[in-house]
Design a protein around this ligand. Structure first.
Ligand code: 13P
Length: 217
């Protein structure tokens, strides 16, 4: 597998204008590359274009119906996305998403023809492997897993390379990304021991993000 670089913009930036400006700065340099941009869903239709991969940051577990406020994987696929992030730790902790809900979302995303990027990882007081075992139970082999320990997200306290290597070995042949305080300084080392990166904060800074892309190509 080629290295995948995924930008998770989370709930940023605050306006469409800013999103378009950020996208404009990176657009030419990410064409025809294994880079996936995951902006807030509401901005997707304004940004989607040929030769660039897009994903949503979340999806619902049903195709359609009376579920006010939800967005289904089929809807995401129908506007031209190929990927969807599922089970990000912010969804698990802030919105109380359970492993069962996440499994249902993965199932529906696959049914819709999207590639799920499933986030896994432990908090400081938890045992990494016990938590991951629970999180991946029943999750099929072809799903991309992104190891994002909670304590490494947005903190500048990135996981050690040994730790990431250990988790990768535990997951054996699965497609494996790392996320958590990735920047242009540490990206190269992580790319050597993973199939790619899931990037939050650094993907909102065009110069920093393009530096990371350069290390991968
Ligand atoms: P940061 O890169 O800001 O630490 O965020 C990681 C993340 O949560 C990506 O999904």
């Amino acid at each position: 597998m080629k290295k995948l670089i995924i930008a998770n913009w989370k709930c940023n930036p605050a306006t469409l204008k800013e999103a378009q400006e950020l996208f404009h700065l990176i657009k030419e340099d990410i064409k025809n590359k294994d880079v996936v941009i995951c902006p807030p869903s509401i901005f997707l239709p304004f940004l989607i274009c040929d030769d660039i991969n897009f994903g949503a940051q979340n999806c619902f577990w049903e195709k359609s119906g009376a579920y006010t406020g939800e967005i289904s994987p089929q809807m995401i696929k129908s506007i031209g996305c190929e990927y969807v992030i599922i089970g990000h730790s912010e969804r698990r902790t802030i919105f109380n998403e359970s492993n069962d809900e996440i499994r249902s979302k993965i199932k529906q995303a696959k049914r819709a023809g999207l590639v799920p990027i499933v986030c896994i990882g432990e908090s400081k007081d938890q045992n990494t492997f016990e938590i991951i075992e629970e999180q991946i139970r029943g999750v099929e082999q072809d799903v991309i897993l992104a190891y994002e320990p909670l304590w490494a997200i947005g903190t500048g306290e990135n996981a050690s390379f040994d730790k990431v290597r250990e988790v990768r070995e535990f997951l054996k042949d699965r497609k494996f990304l790392y996320g958590g305080s990735v920047n242009s300084q540490n990206a190269k080392d992580y790319l050597e021991i993973t199939d790619g990166l899931l990037i939050g904060g650094a993907s909102l800074n065009a110069i920093e993000f393009l530096k990371i892309i350069k290390t991968a190509y």
